[in-house]
Design a protein around this ligand. Structure first.
Ligand SMILES: [Zn+2]
Ligand SMILES: [Zn+2]
Length: 455
């Protein structure tokens, strides 16, 4: 049926100025019993401003039905169309029955620039549809845990930060998984902005070979954090009814997930709206791990060298926060050569084991080369990167690497000071760990100054 031909049941219009930036505008409407389809048309302008062309007004949508979260559209685009029915929905939104009652369309003003005000118009259409009476059952929007893909312990490679058409990515979930297979990944986290609909994409039913880690990127007005291992929507709206980022992180933990601080030092407003982490109580606070590399190392907007520097300052200050990477995949070129991955030591290839490996810091960040750090202990045990050991109990430290490109250097850092450096395509070394050492790591740097691996 052509839903656009129906007259709107509700129309909301307003004019936004710079004072309305980073707010949540709630537009309630009532859905009667028997409703089987709903369509939203949301228009706003202007998006791009003439100078400089890199900055833009960013206005996004969240939708709540009478029972809770129903989807979000976090992307640019001055005309957003949302359709929801019993068996299908626009990416970003959850299909299924449309409960009667008070629904709320929320206008999330990520960026309203000074200057020309932003005008918006929201049209809400819905109705009963006799044709839908014979539609199939609603697809499940309850996460189904999958069995482990491999039962043996090992090093598993994957991406912990991706976006698809369920938010502002270019690829479908199926397209992302195909690209991940071609990269030889074992696991992929699906972390679209502020929604969970990617976790219920029909293509996942046919996926048998890639481990999917559920999650979402909490894309707040003042910084982004990736929630991993959570399948329900985490309310990211800091400042809304007094909500704090600490409460959002507590919700992630209560749901059994990990909170990964994303692109901490990213260039923020107005170049990358809301991308810089500005929550001073969560530096690192209750955060479980942080990205020291987001996208390609030299990606200007991500500001990776500064994130790495801050991570080391936190180590120096006594925090023990695992370092991870995320491609922040949005399009096929984000999986080009040199994109980072996480190589995680896990007891099996399962969601729980990978998250456990990440939480313990058993992670090698790598753009391709391998770099391992292990220690043999006086009691006969072994320790991996991320483990806490008493330096006095360490019998020997081993650093091993493979696949280093010409001109690359492997560095051994103790308490932030470079204590040894090695070269060669592959090799192994047994650096010393001074008795009073507090933290140590190995890094591999390319001749061009890009981080190749860290462990
Ligand atoms: Zn982000
Ligand atoms: Zn992202």
């Amino acid at each position: 049926m052509d839903t656009a031909n129906h007259p709107p049941r509700y129309v909301f219009e307003d004019l936004l100025t710079v004072r309305d930036t980073k707010r949540y505008f709630l537009l309630p409407f009532d859905v009667p019993p028997g409703t089987s389809w709903l369509r939203l048309d949301f228009y706003y302008e202007p998006e791009r401003v003439p100078h400089p062309k890199e900055v833009a007004n960013l206005v996004c949508l969240s939708l709540f039905d009478s029972q809770g979260f129903r989807g979000a559209r976090h992307s640019f685009g001055t005309h957003k169309v949302v359709e929801i029915g019993p068996s299908a929905a626009t990416p970003g939104f959850l299909p299924g029955p449309l409960p009667a009652g008070r629904w709320v369309l929320e206008v999330d003003t990520f960026m309203v620039l000074p200057g020309t005000p932003v005008s918006y118009r929201a049209e809400v259409r819905f109705g009963p549809d006799p044709e839908q009476a014979g539609a199939g059952p609603a697809p499940s929007t309850v996460w189904r845990p999958r069995p482990p893909l491999r039962r043996e312990p090992g090093w598993y490679r994957g991406d912990l930060h991706t976006h698809t058409i369920h938010s502002d990515g270019d690829e479908t979930v199926a397209g992302l998984l195909d690209l991940a297979r071609r990269r030889g990944l074992h696991f992929v986290a699906l972390t679209d902005h502020n929604t969970t609909s990617q976790l219920f994409d029909p293509c996942l039913d046919g996926n048998r070979d890639l481990l999917i880690i559920p999650g979402m990127e909490l894309t707040t007005h003042y910084g982004h954090a990736v929630s991993l291992g959570t399948t329900s929507w985490i309310d990211w709206r800091t400042g809304h009814e007094g909500r704090t980022i600490a409460q959002a992180i507590e919700d992630i933990h209560a749901a059994g997930g990990l909170c990964i601080l994303a692109h901490l030092a990213a260039l923020g407003d107005p170049v990358c709206t809301g991308c810089a982490w500005l929550f001073t109580d969560q530096m690192p606070g209750q955060v479980d791990a942080m990205e020291i590399c987001n996208g390609m190392w030299f990606q200007v907007g991500s500001n990776n060298p500064v994130s790495l520097h801050i991570w080391k300052e936190w180590l120096q200050a006594g925090h023990r926060l695992p370092a991870v990477a995320g491609t922040d995949f949005h399009a096929a070129h984000d999986y080009r050569e040199g994109a980072p991955a996480n190589v995680v030591y896990a007891r099996e290839l399962s969601e729980a084991a990978i998250l456990e490996g990440v939480a313990r810091g058993h992670v090698m960040v790598s753009t391709g080369p391998e770099l391992y750090l292990e220690a043999s202990l006086a009691d006969g045990g072994r320790a991996l990167m991320g483990d806490r050991v008493d330096p006095a109990s360490v019998r020997a430290v081993e650093v091993r690497w493979r696949g280093a490109p010409a001109g690359a250097k492997v560095l051994w850092l103790v308490d932030g000071e470079t204590c040894a450096a090695w070269e060669g395509e592959h090799g192994e070394a047994a650096p010393t760990l001074p008795p009073g050492a507090r933290w140590a790591l190995a890094e591999m740097w390319g001749a061009d100054g890009a981080l190749l691996a860290l462990t």
